[in-house]
Design a protein around this ligand. Structure first.
Ligand code: ATP
Ligand code: NCN
Length: 194
């Protein structure tokens, strides 16, 4: 059965940090594919300056077009908001469970707050977590430290954020190298984040 890693995010916009992590997972872990699950509304995040779902999806599509192992996923667009990962996993399992095995991809920073996620125990019971390093300075909860479902993958550490890209683009700085070229063009043509 194919193993698909799920990389959840708002991708507002997707940047090369996201792409490098996803590609690393698809090439250097036992995951066969990575899906970028574009989230309409993340439970703990304010919705300000959030572009429409379809524009964020389109940018993920542009970014992944040359990467056969990477794909965008819009499953959360039709689900209730805010989007809880456990509910999305249930839907994905129902729809694709016969042919795919799903796993979660997350950064160390997200793992630190993972115990606050809806039904996180159920997520850990049924799914593997692939965790990549981030500079967060926070310690990982004791209970999760040597958890058998949590796999650490030594992906490159890229401290780029969408917040930085939006803010500095608005301020007139050149942030072009931080985005895949096609995403930069889409963003520029559409006049986003100005
Ligand atoms: N440079 C990066 N390297 C690795 N992981 C990242 C990086 N930037 C974001 N992530 C992670 O990717 C996932 C999706 O990113 P998301 O778009 O939600 O966040 P973000 O880029 O930090 O955006 P924002 O700055 O708007 O909060 C999140 O789990 C986030 O922690
Ligand atoms: O399910 C939850 O309770 C939950 C709580 C916080 C975040 N998430 C997921 O994690 C993803 C990254 O979160 P964020 O807020 O760092 O962008 C986001 O897209 C959500 O799908 C999920």
């Amino acid at each position: 059965m194919k193993k698909t890693g799920l990389f959840f995010g708002t991708f507002n916009p997707i940047h090369i940090g996201h792409l490098i992590i996803a590609n690393h997972m698809a090439e250097f872990s036992d995951l066969d594919h990575v899906w970028f699950v574009v989230t309409p509304k993340s439970p703990f995040k304010a919705k300000q300056t959030l572009l429409g779902d379809h524009h964020r999806y389109q940018m993920v599509l542009e970014a992944t077009q040359e990467y056969p192992k990477l794909e965008p996923c819009d499953i959360e667009f039709k689900l209730p908001q805010p989007n809880y990962t456990i509910d999305t996993l249930t839907h994905l399992q129902e729809r694709y469970g016969d042919s795919r095995q799903f796993a979660l991809i997350m950064g160390e920073d997200n793992l630190n707050g993972f115990h606050k996620w809806k039904n996180y125990e159920a997520i850990l019971e049924y799914y593997q977590l692939y965790v990549y390093p981030r500079i967060s300075g926070q310690k990982i909860a004791e209970a999760l430290k040597d958890h058998p479902k949590i796999h650490r993958v030594a992906a490159p550490v890229m401290e780029i954020s969408s917040t930085f890209i939006r803010r500095e683009h608005k301020a007139g700085k050149n942030i072009r190298p931080l985005l895949p070229e096609s995403v930069w063009r889409y963003m520029d043509e559409m006049n986003f984040y100005r």
